[in-house]
Design a protein around this ligand. Structure first.
Ligand code: FMN
Length: 605
């Protein structure tokens, strides 16, 4: 990490914050706001403290390392890695001698895949009773978080037989001086390994590394198929074998240049309540039982740096990490769906809530066929809403043009509903990790409905209120398209879908209904974030008389939703006020409103 700090300094990508700042809320809030700014910087907090316990830490905290495209570039992340991957996925029998030589050249890149074992020297070794996780500046991000969490830990595991290895990034809750909660969700590789150890009634070794080459951290979140070791991806990208060293108290190997290594064993019979935690969906995840690591040793390099991130409402650092993942995985997805041209996960869809895909359709329902493929492959199967467009559609990242294209080419009477597994973090599905899916096929040309008679917002609002008096605000968007969007905010007292007959199909095509208390209808970016988070496609969409009514409100008894509906994450106002007073953050009302940073924002009426 010290080397990384030098690189960041050289490229003017680092802000050093020398004030004493609290690891609880203060440091995370500063990083959260910084990364939402244009031309933001990585932040190095040189004097982290815990005001509650009076602890002053000698280890600085580095945040927002991956938080911009320019930083990804200087850290050596190359988009053209996807070309290398494509080359491998297209290998065929050589067409002659020179082609043969070319293929050998490509294969020689594979020699970098395998980690090289070396000896590691430690500056600090803390074993058994010397272990104290509270000696590390581990952050508490959000007010309602269950405690302090390691957020950028590289979690190294191996299966029971020892022939498969895994590197995953999962948050880790500090329970006490030597116990950590391991939040690997049920679909994740380390959890599959855990189940093997549990069945065999054996203790599971786990090591967590922090820092070192930033590429290790990125590889930890890369959704490689089960059984593929993420350090091999490191070697492929870096064209250099990762150097690993044996841990002191278990037999796992971790990269030898990491700043901090926490190692130990899990007793597979013990699960402890983990959370709540303000997660990357922008909502708190509820308390759930997870395995616990008993830490047997902590080792450190000289002058270690503690690397951390903040997750919450978008855009955040994971936007940039996810972008690299999206690019690198395109050629791999193409191997199973050759008609796929490109795909894009908009940041306010927080990855699994929304995907746009461009395809070259060859036959009727080709789009739906590829949707089925997506919903059957690895973590892509978590995607809740998929919109498919043909090759002549605008660039997927050109937001205004692609939205218009979609709205001119979708037919609300031809939506594709399915259901299946969803991300363990999804809060809107009626059952844990099982929910509705929506596929929108925009490859069939314009729908055949009559154009609407568009009314001004206030007139349409008055019109609707006569029948449905819970409506308090209304905005219309994209009224020039075949499917204008009407957003309404309600003070909900009755089930929303029961009101479908209160809307006039002469004036309205697609209606999204949001709670008035925490939605600003003028903020389409945050409304989209809320909508794709809050709907379960099978339960919350009703189509009748050429109207699609979509209930994006918080669910509860009215909808027979029995799971806990979580709060969304907001910065703590008193902490923000203090940081503004100290001159550490700017009082930018515009930024706060744009990303709903500190409290609930309503439509200005
Ligand atoms: C900042 C960040 C935090 C994450 N936290 C978790 C987590 O707590 N639990 C989890 O299961 N996945 C988490 N993920 C997603 C996993 O890292 C990702 O799904 C990864 O592919 C898992 O690796 P695996 O398939 O080898 O298990 C997180 C990702 C990021 C970028």
């Amino acid at each position: 990490m010290q080397k990384t700090i030098e690189i960041l300094k050289k490229h003017n990508e680092l802000k050093i914050v020398d004030e004493e700042l609290d690891i609880e809320l203060e440091i995370p809030h500063i990083a959260y706001i910084e990364v939402k700014k244009q031309n933001n910087k990585a932040l190095l907090f040189t004097k982290p403290v815990c005001k509650k316990s009076g602890t002053k830490y000698s280890i600085p905290v580095l945040m927002n390392l991956f938080g911009s495209f320019s930083r990804l570039k200087i850290l050596g992340f190359r988009e053209d890695i996807s070309k290398d991957i494509e080359t491998f996925t297209h290998l065929s029998a050589p067409k002659g001698f020179f082609d043969f030589l070319n293929q050998i050249k490509n294969f020689s890149k594979l020699s970098f895949l395998f980690p090289k074992k070396i000896k590691r020297s430690f500056h600090t070794i803390l074993k058994d009773s010397e272990v104290n996780l509270f000696d590390l500046p581990i952050l508490k991000t959000w007010e309602k978080d269950g405690g302090r969490f390691i957020t950028m830990g590289q979690v190294y595991t191996k299966n029971l037989e020892g022939n498969l290895k895994n590197l995953g990034m999962y948050r880790l809750q500090v329970y006490d001086k030597n116990h950590l909660g391991m939040h690997w969700q049920i679909h994740k590789d380390s959890n599959h390994f855990f189940n093997e150890y549990k069945k065999a009634q054996k203790k599971m070794p786990v090591s967590i590394a922090i820092g070192g080459d930033p590429l290790y951290t990125w590889c930890g979140q890369a959704p490689l198929p089960y059984g593929m070791y993420e350090l091999m991806l490191y070697g492929f990208i870096k064209k250099e074998r990762p150097k690993v060293a044996k841990c002191l108290t278990n037999d796992l190997y971790v990269p030898s240049d990491c700043d901090i290594v926490i190692e130990g064993f899990i007793d597979t019979n013990d699960l402890i309540d983990e959370g709540p935690f303000g997660d990357h969906t922008g909502y708190y995840t509820p308390i759930e039982p997870y395995p616990v690591l008993k830490v047997s040793a902590i080792t450190m390099k000289q002058n270690p740096i503690y690397l951390a991130t903040v997750v919450g409402k978008p855009p955040l650092e994971d936007k940039y990490m996810g972008y690299m993942t999206e690019r690198i995985f395109l050629p791999l997805l193409k191997t199973i769906t050759p008609s796929l041209i490109d795909y894009y996960m908009p940041e306010n869809g927080v990855f699994h809530n929304l995907i746009l895909a461009k395809i070259n359709p060859q036959y009727p329902s080709h789009a739906e066929q590829i949707m089925h493929s997506f919903w059957s492959v690895g973590q892509m199967s978590f995607v809740k809403h998929a919109i498919f467009v043909p090759q002549n559609a605008p660039e997927l990242t050109n937001h205004s043009e692609i939205i218009e294209f979609i709205l001119n080419n979708l037919d609300i009477n031809d939506l594709f509903f399915s259901h299946g597994i969803c991300d363990a973090l999804d809060h809107s599905s009626p059952k844990f990790a099982v929910g509705g899916k929506l596929g929108i096929n925009c490859t069939n040309g314009e729908p055949k409905y009559k154009d609407l008679e568009i009314l001004p917002n206030d007139e349409l609002l008055k019109n609707i209120k006569q029948k449905y008096n819970e409506v308090v605000a209304l905005r219309q968007y994209f009224t020039n398209t075949k499917n204008p969007l009407t957003l309404i905010a309600v003070d909900k007292k009755s089930r929303i879908l029961e009101h479908i007959d209160d809307f006039n199909p002469k004036h309205i095509r697609i209606i999204f209904v949001l709670d008035s208390k925490d939605n600003d209808l003028d903020n389409l970016y945050m409304c989209l974030w809320r909508i794709v988070n809050n709907i379960d496609a099978k339960r919350d969409i009703l189509i009748k008389n050429n109207i699609a009514l979509i209930d994006a409100s918080a669910k509860g008894a009215l909808e027979n939703h029995t799971r806990e509906w979580p709060d969304d994450v907001n910065c703590t106002p008193s902490v923000i006020e203090k940081l503004i007073k100290l001159g550490i953050i700017e009082n930018s009302k515009e930024l706060f409103r744009k990303y709903q940073i500190d409290k609930n924002y309503k439509t200005q009426i």
